[in-house]
Design a protein around this ligand. Structure first.
Ligand SMILES: [Ca+2]
Ligand SMILES: [Ca+2]
Ligand SMILES: [Ca+2]
Length: 212
């Protein structure tokens, strides 16, 4: 009887951990990487657009899937101006990229001013919000300065140490000081922030020794 009871507890725990995280998951969803000043056709529509080819990537750093309903992106300080509203479910460890063109389509569909993600090249703040009932809370935000956001430089978290931010500057190396530091890695919209350099794939350990 005791074994049956234990097994029931086990099944209950498995079912709890397997369901998507619908509440109190705010700390697990985070901004992962973004590119404010596109100089190439990042969204792949055949046209270079300073609006449509910007992008922001989010990541689920937790161990359970997250229902993205209610999560939104905004830029700037003060009262949030919504640039994109997420939907669907994001699995544990997975990322989701939003291009300026996705943002523009969402703004058009929801009656907001059509500016895309509106990431200022001279520096800006990106914020990820969660709206739950009457509550609107900042889940994650990142403020960047001009140098790190120049042409085709993405700013993002290291995949092995998510608390550490670097510039993914393989397309446009940070010869002057970037804040955060350049990594020599290529940007990775839509995939986790692994490091591939111009010559070879390097581990984060070897990158650290180069840029120390
Ligand atoms: Ca921009
Ligand atoms: Ca484009
Ligand atoms: Ca990425």
């Amino acid at each position: 009887m005791r074994k049956v009871f234990r097994f029931s507890i086990f099944l209950a725990l498995v079912s709890i951990t397997a369901i998507p995280c619908f509440s109190d998951c705010a700390a697990q969803l985070a901004i992962n990487e973004f590119l404010a000043d596109p100089a190439r056709d990042w969204d792949g529509d055949g046209v270079l657009s300073s609006r449509d080819d910007e992008w922001v990537e989010i990541i689920n750093l937790g161990s359970a899937a997250i229902d993205l309903a209610g999560y939104r992106l905004a830029d700037g300080e003060g009262k949030p101006v919504w640039r994109y509203g997420f939907s669907g479910v994001l699995d544990a460890g997975a990322v989701r990229v939003v291009y300026g063109s996705d943002s523009r389509a969402w703004e058009e569909a929801n009656g907001f001013p059509v500016y895309g993600l509106s990431l200022n090249n001279a520096g800006d703040r990106i914020a990820l919000y969660r709206i739950a009932g009457a509550d609107t809370a900042v889940v994650d935000s990142y403020t960047y300065a001009e140098a790190a956001a120049r042409d085709d430089r993405a700013i993002g978290r290291r995949s092995d140490t998510p608390a550490v931010w670097v510039v993914f500057d393989a397309h446009n190396p940070c010869t002057a000081a970037c804040v955060p530091a350049g990594s020599g890695c290529y940007p990775t919209p839509g995939s986790v922030n692994t490091c591939t350099t111009a010559t070879e794939s390097k581990s984060w350990g070897s990158i650290k020794s180069i840029y120390r």
